[in-house]
Write a protein that binds this ligand. Structure first.
Ligand SMILES: *[C@@H]1O[C@H](CO)[C@@H](O)[C@H](O)[C@H]1NC(C)=O
Ligand SMILES: *[C@@H]1O[C@H](CO)[C@@H](O)[C@H](O)[C@H]1NC(C)=O
Ligand SMILES: *[C@@H]1O[C@H](CO)[C@@H](O)[C@H](O)[C@H]1NC(C)=O
Ligand SMILES: *[C@@H]1O[C@H](CO)[C@@H](O)[C@H](O)[C@H]1NC(C)=O
Ligand SMILES: *[C@@H]1O[C@H](CO)[C@@H](O)[C@H](O)[C@H]1NC(C)=O
Ligand SMILES: *[C@@H]1O[C@H](CO)[C@@H](O)[C@H](O)[C@H]1NC(C)=O
Ligand SMILES: *[C@@H]1O[C@H](CO)[C@@H](O)[C@H](O)[C@H]1NC(C)=O
Length: 366
């Protein structure tokens, strides 16, 4: 029995290692820039932060706090709900504290300083076992971004810098949604022009949302500017500026899917020439861009050698390869409803992977 158990543990480790590619242990800085403190926006700060993270056994939580001002205790769910710190599972009084997640399931953390937990210094997370969660395939679908993560949408000591840093490593595409979390009645979200943003003149706004969470879907390419119209909040740094750089690759094919052969007479489809691998928000540095308009229309393809839309490898639909003078004959129209997903083969492969790993595990057991 004992040796079988050892083999099972070994097999589990092999499976886990193979599934993860390596011992991918993630370190999570609790609350990110906020740290472990009484959050300005209440308990939603840490639940929002938690919802943006995936926790796996072996990961490390770093609670960053000043030792004499806070502590961190792991508690049972009932104690978490009641903010009862009488009987914690563990407690650490020196910050920063690193806590390694050793078991799957729910974990609850609070600060035991009087009033801190009830004011929102509490964190609940779900930890998944390492082997059971193969990461989902990278989808090219639209994203939802929580502005400032756990900082919420607030007046912060270094607000402008914090929101600048938050936006700096993100690529915003049409269809993505920004979520602004704030306390109702204390803030709002206004989209404004660049001039209004720079001058913090909120007399006229493009849009105004007064209830939290404010969800704003990005519908146009170019710069977007957001601020709060409460007096002096803008000048205190409650400002966010972003660049929307293009559309996602997946969702809607061009109106007529019949990609014509590269004949120079045919009007080229308006391909969104977003260079996918660049993580920064630089626009395509094409040399022959005819009109670099920053407006909502994506740049048209300039050369007749423009690549067809990068959807699926659809062969040229015309049965006659010779001079097809009518460029946009609609295809038999069955492909528009359900194009074959480009990753069907890979998802099949990833489905087969656990089976292979299971057989490894079974083999090790015998
Ligand atoms: C903003 O201030 C917080 C502390 O209040 C700090 O952790 C964070 O790094 C700062 N961010 C920037 C971009 O300066
Ligand atoms: C806090 O929890 C302890 C048990 O851990 C219990 O004895 C006590 O009554 C609880 N206090 C409150 C105020 O519920
Ligand atoms: C806690 O984790 C951080 C980030 O990985 C690391 O830099 C630091 O040395 C760790 N501290 C301790 C006491 O292990
Ligand atoms: C953890 O996951 C379970 C099942 O999905 C769910 O019922 C529970 O609310 C989650 N807990 C937390 C803290 O997210
Ligand atoms: C603010 O902008 C409005 C137009 O939206 C303009 O009429 C007003 O003069 C501006 N105020 C200041 C102080 O510049
Ligand atoms: C803000 O107010 C709206 C409408 O009354 C409500 O649905 C929402 O839950 C409130 N949000 C917060 C964070 O209190
Ligand atoms: C958007 O991109 C342009 C061109 O790279 C740049 O000049 C501008 O500063 C960016 N604006 C924001 C808000 O990031």
């Amino acid at each position: 029995m004992a040796t079988n158990l050892n083999k099972l543990v070994l097999a589990t480790m092999v499976v886990a290692a193979l599934l993860q590619g390596s011992w991918a242990q993630t370190t999570h800085l609790v609350g990110d820039a906020l740290g472990w403190t009484i959050p300005p926006g209440g308990p939603i700060a840490y639940s929002t932060w938690a919802s943006k993270n995936t926790f796996t056994v072996g990961d490390v939580l770093v609670f960053n706090f000043a030792s004499s001002s806070h502590d961190v205790a792991e508690v049972a769910k009932a104690a978490f709900d009641a903010c009862n710190s009488t009987n914690p599972i563990s407690i650490s009084t020196t910050g920063p504290t690193n806590i390694t997640l050793t078991t799957a399931g729910e974990h609850h953390f609070i600060c035991t300083f009087p009033g801190h937990c009830t004011a929102g210094q509490k964190l609940a997370i779900n930890v998944t076992a390492a082997a059971t969660s193969p990461s989902p395939p990278p989808s090219s679908s639209v994203k939802t971004y929580v502005v400032g993560e756990s900082l919420g949408w607030n007046v912060l000591p270094n607000g402008t810098e914090a929101y600048k840093a938050w936006a700096a490593d993100k690529t915003f595409l049409i269809g993505d949604t920004l979520v602004f979390n704030f306390v109702n009645g204390s803030h709002n979200v206004a989209e404004v022009t660049k001039a209004a943003y720079s001058a913090c003149n909120t007399t006229t706004t493009i849009s105004l949302t007064t209830t939290s969470p404010a969800r704003i879907t990005l519908t146009t390419v170019g710069e977007h500017f957001f601020t709060c119209t409460f007096p002096s909040h803008c000048t205190l740094g409650q400002q966010l500026a972003i660049n929307v750089t293009g559309t996602t690759t997946a969702p809607s094919p061009p109106p007529t899917t019949a990609a014509p052969a590269p004949s120079p007479t045919a009007t080229p489809p308006p391909t969104t020439a977003t260079p996918a691998p660049s993580p920064t928000a630089t626009p395509p540095p094409t040399t022959a861009a005819p009109t670099p308009s920053p407006a909502a229309t994506p740049p048209p393809a300039s050369t007749p050698t423009a690549t067809p839309p990068p959807s699926t490898a659809t062969p040229p639909p015309s049965p006659s390869p010779s001079g097809n003078t009518t460029p946009s004959t609609p295809p038999p129209s069955e492909t528009t409803t359900a194009p074959p997903p480009p990753n069907s083969a890979t998802s099949l492969a990833s489905a087969a992977l656990p089976v292979a790993l299971l057989s490894i595990a079974v083999a090790l057991l015998h």
